[in-house]
Design a protein around this ligand. Structure first.
Ligand code: NAD
Length: 250
């Protein structure tokens, strides 16, 4: 255990699986109490149980305003404050190109990935402003800075997350609140489990995404998020940080 986050509370969304679960575990190892949020209650409880009494599981849907209000209340009821918010929950699209994606798919992906990230941020910011401190780390994606790393909806949603990151960073820099984003490259998680792909989009994107031997582990994303949320990054605000082993440098 290092003690970087002693006396701090971290709220991680999408913490029932993959990158979010690794973040929750890493924050707890660094001394934080952790609010483990996921839309999947069983998985959130599994993460929290693996951490122990320093964690509480909260089932919530980030795309639903009432659910987000209940999440914030549950977090404050459990631990009294929120020092770190990791907006990590997200869903993939079908890799459909702009002409092929349906409006329903577009709206669902934008609703979860972008509006969901906004809703949780919007709910937590007043508490951070009241405390005079806070650190937000958004999980965007390589698809947040390029056009050929995912389908149209996912790409637009993650560009939106990058924009929201910069807006929050700029707006509250003088209030002790920092906001940064990580851009994971392809990472070993459950995000593609059960996914169905648009054949044309998947074929066009396949070349870009064929990085089999360079897949990241979720813990490598958690390490980056921990750094950005920590005092070691006290003057890093509005940074959009690729965590991709150099993929985006090519
Ligand atoms: P994952 O599917 O393993 O985990 C995501 C978790 O988010 C799941 O437990 C899921 O139940 C939860 N979730 C989904 N919708 C939710 C909602 N509305 N409310 C609350 N929780 C919800 O996937 P992951 O790869 O760990 O994804 C985490 C983040 O990383 C996502 O934002 C994703 O877009 C991003 N990302 C992943 C990769 C990758 O290659 N895995 C690459 C770039 C970015």
């Amino acid at each position: 255990t290092n003690h970087t986050f002693d006396d701090r509370v971290s709220l991680v969304t999408g913490a029932g699986s993959g990158i979010g679960r690794a973040m929750a575990v890493a924050f707890a190892k660094a001394g934080a109490r952790v609010v483990v949020c996921d839309i999947n209650r069983d998985n959130a409880e599994e993460t929290a149980a693996s951490i122990g009494p320093a964690a509480v599981a909260v089932a919530a849907d980030i795309s639903d305003e009432a659910s987000v209000a209940a999440l914030t209340e549950a977090a404050l009821a459990a631990f009294g404050r929120i020092d770190v918010l990791c907006n990590n929950a997200g869903i993939m699209d079908t890799m459909a190109l702009p002409a092929a994606i349906t409006v329903d798919q577009w709206e669902r992906v934008l609703r979860v990935n972008l509006t969901g990230t906004f809703l949780v941020t919007h709910a937590v910011l007043p508490h951070m402003l009241g405390q005079g401190s806070g650190a937000i780390v958004n999980t965007a994606s390589e698809a947040g800075i390029r056009g050929g790393a995912a389908g149209a909806a996912y790409t637009a949603s993650k560009h939106g997350v990058v924009g929201l990151t910069r807006s929050v960073a700029w707006a509250y820099a003088k209030d002790g609140i920092r906001c940064n984003a990580i851009l994971p490259g392809p990472t070993m998680t459950n995000i593609a489990t059960g996914a169905s792909f648009d054949p044309e989009g998947a074929a066009r994107l396949g070349g870009v995404l064929a990085l089999g031997e360079r897949l990241a582990q979720p813990e490598q994303m958690a390490d980056a998020a921990l750094f950005l949320a920590s005092d070691a990054a006290s003057f890093i605000n509005g940074a959009i940080v690729p965590v991709d082993g150099g993929w985006s440098a090519a």
